[in-house]
Design a protein around this ligand. Structure first.
Ligand code: ATP
Length: 292
């Protein structure tokens, strides 16, 4: 669906995108992550045909977005990072207006329901809250029934339950056979939704993989932690962090067995025992040079 080779975008002295390769397959949800200013929006807008590139080969649905026509645009839906309401139009009227631009639009009421805006269908778009406005943006991106949907930070400003509802909508796009290119700053969003992730930092792709394997996550040490009474030392090498024993373990099963045998022999119940793999956020922060 998307194939990018050697993409570069230079603004005056800055290489905002410094020669990246990307491949997105039909039917997958692809998450594009990176810190502020990393080059995400620049890349997405080049893929959408809204920005020119300095160098590189870009194919989206088999065409070069810089020269693609209206037939191509009908097959692509976009939720941009910023949007503005249509003055004087209700939610339903906005969707009717946009539906008119497409050859085979989706049903208006179905689309309103898909993003959970039924209660606001007859309210003016300019009077929606920030999160409701974002849902309308998603609805407008879907109204043309596109094959490929770009979602640039689609849930920024959503309350937790609206985010969960939006995830269901995005996950539902997978069931409809759509391909989704998602940028987000929420690691839980990427983890819950995406089939594959690419991380961009300073204009360069620094890692690519599934949420489980990104940056070698599946091979990283597990962290075992628990509290012990004063003066008791654990049976394996450990650090003490905020009053807890912390063991970064390459072999968690063996270490857990040693700890369990030792604790049982001493009658310690280790009630607050916790074993966890590094989170996607831990991996992301390592990859992008943030503090972990
Ligand atoms: P965010 O997470 O904050 O949305 P981003 O990854 O989307 O960030 P971009 O908007 O692609 O980042 O910006 C990448 C770099 O290019 C930044 O350093 C930015 O200042 C610069 N940049 C973006 N647009 C322009 C422009 N029109 N002219 C000059 N520089 C720009």
């Amino acid at each position: 669906m998307i194939s990018v080779r050697g993409l570069r975008k230079r603004y005056a002295a800055v290489d905002a995108v410094a020669g990246i390769d990307l491949e997105v397959r039909r039917g997958e949800i692809f998450a594009f992550l990176g810190p502020n200013g990393a080059g995400k929006t620049t890349t997405v807008e080049i893929l959408e045909g809204f920005r020119t590139r300095t160098e590189g080969d870009v194919r989206v649905l088999g065409a070069d977005p810089a020269h693609a026509g209206s037939e191509w645009r009908n097959r692509v839906g976009c939720v941009l990072q910023e949007s503005s309401a249509e003055p004087g139009l209700t939610v339903r009227e906005c969707l009717q207006l946009y539906a008119g631009y497409y050859a085979r639009p989706r049903d208006i009421d179905d689309t309103v329901a898909l993003v959970g805006l039924e209660a606001k269908a007859d309210s003016l778009a300019e009077q929606l809250s920030g999160g409701q406005r974002r849902r309308l943006d998603v609805a407008l991106a879907l109204i043309g029934d596109p094959e490929l949907v770009f979602l640039d930070e689609p849930t920024t400003g959503f309350d937790p339950s609206a985010r969960r509802a939006a995830w269901e909508v995005i996950d539902g796009l997978r069931a409809l056979g759509k391909t989704v290119f998602l940028t987000t700053h929420y690691m839980d969003e990427a983890e819950n939704l995406s089939d594959r992730i690419a991380v961009i930092s300073n204009g360069t792709i620094v890692a690519e993989g599934t949420p489980q394997t990104l940056g070698g996550r599946e091979r990283m040490a597990a962290r075992i932690s628990f509290a012990l009474p004063d003066g008791v030392e654990p049976p394996v090498p450990a650090k003490h962090v905020n009053g807890r024993v912390v063991i970064d373990s390459e072999q968690p099963l063996q270490d857990m067995k040693a700890i369990a045998d030792w604790a049982i022999a001493r009658g310690l119940d280790l009630a607050d025992l916790d074993v966890r793999r590094p989170s996607l956020e831990d991996v992301y922060l390592q990859l992008t040079g943030g503090a972990a």
